[in-house]
Every structure is written in C-alpha cells, then in structure tokens.
Ligand binder design. Structure first.
Ligand code: GRF
Length: 192
C-alpha cells in the first residue's frame, strides 16, 4: 500500500506542521505531505513549508463574502490535490459543513487541551484559572461541532506552581509535536 497523500492547513507559525513534515521524511512514515495551505498570507508556517520543499497555497478568507464561500474554495483546492487526509495544524477557522462533510473521517485536528475540557480558545489560561493539576493536547477527527469529534490520541503535562499561560503552552507544544505525527501515522494506517 502506498503512502497516504496528506494536505496540512495552517494559519500561523506552523510548528506542528513542521513536526509532521520532519516525521514524514522517515522512509517508514505512512504519509507523504503534498501541500500546505493557509487562510492567512502572512502565516509564518508558509515560509517553513517552502524551505522544506512543500507546495504552499494561500486562500485568503478575507477575499470571500461568506464562510461557506471560503470553505468551498478551500475544499476545491484540497480535492484538486487528490488527498487521502487533511490535517488541521493551528488552522484558526471555524469550518462549515461545506468543508467538513467532504472530508468526514479523513480530516483531523489538534487542540491544546484534554478534550472534552476547554473547547475553543485560551485553553491554557482557562486550565490554570480552574486550578487543574494537568493539561495537555488532543488529536481528534473533525466533525461539525467545534473541537468535538472522536478522540484519536491525547498527551498530558503537569500544571506547575507559577505557570503562566505561555509557559504552559510551551510545555504542551512539546507534546503536540510528538503526538501529532504519531496520531497521523495511526490514522493513515487505518485507512484502506
Ligand atoms: C497549537 O497549540 C495547536 O494545538 C493549536 O494552535 C497552535 C498552533 O501552533 N490549534 P503551530 O502553528 O502548530 O505552531
């Protein structure tokens, strides 16, 4: 069986994307990264992807009158790349069914919390404010409800005295960079 064709969606720095691209260099990694697409032209991850020799593509959400119109354009691009799987890696958009439905069971996301805890934004700040002892990250399938699809894998970190949201985010990010490539490999292998 050949390696699965994967596209990665980003909006920002792209450190998770980079971790996946680096993992995909291993000959036994079951995935080939075909393209990296961003809704933001200024996303730092675009430069990193280009340096890694990956095709990059920008579809600026500001160029579209509605969420659905943007989602349709992005879906058309992803379809044109004949992808097996779509990986959201810091893709900061609420997606509509126009984009989600065609990729049902074939689109995954990483969220910086131990889902079902702390869906949405500011997860690190909220975990500290709640007095939690642990925090972490979750890779899950994307479904119509935000940060809600079936969980594929999780990693935990401690919350330590004196943690700020930034310190905690950095601790979680180290785990994200290990968890996401591993979870992606598992999903790719599960596809027929
Ligand atoms: C990560 O914390 C990810 O979990 C969240 O957004 C952040 C993206 O970071 N969805 P990066 O762009 O991968 O560096």
């Amino acid at each position: 069986m050949g390696r699965k064709r994967v596209g990665i969606l980003i909006s920002g720095g792209g450190s998770n994307m980079h971790a996946i691209v680096k993992a995909s260099r291993a000959t036994d990694f079951p995935v080939e990264i075909i393209c990296v697409a961003s809704n933001k032209p200024e996303a730092g991850g675009l430069k990193i992807a280009a340096q890694e020799g990956i095709v990059t593509h920008v579809i600026n959400h500001r160029d579209f009158p509605t969420r659905e119109a943007f989602d349709a354009a992005l879906n058309a691009y992803l379809q044109s790349q004949r992808l097996d799987l779509v990986v959201c890696a810091g893709f900061m958009r609420i997606m509509t069914p126009v984009l989600i439905a065609p990729w049902a069971g074939r689109m995954i996301n990483i969220h910086p919390s131990l889902l079902p805890l702390y869906k949405g934004l500011h997860t690190h700040e909220r975990a500290i404010a709640a007095g939690d002892k642990q925090h972490g990250c979750t890779v899950h399938y994307v479904t119509a409800a935000l940060d809600d699809g079936p969980i594929i894998a999780q990693a935990r970190v401690p919350i330590l005295p004196g943690d700020t949201p930034d310190i905690l985010a950095a601790r979680v990010l180290v785990e994200e960079h290990k968890l996401y490539p591993a979870a992606l490999a598992k999903v790719a292998k599960s596809l027929s």
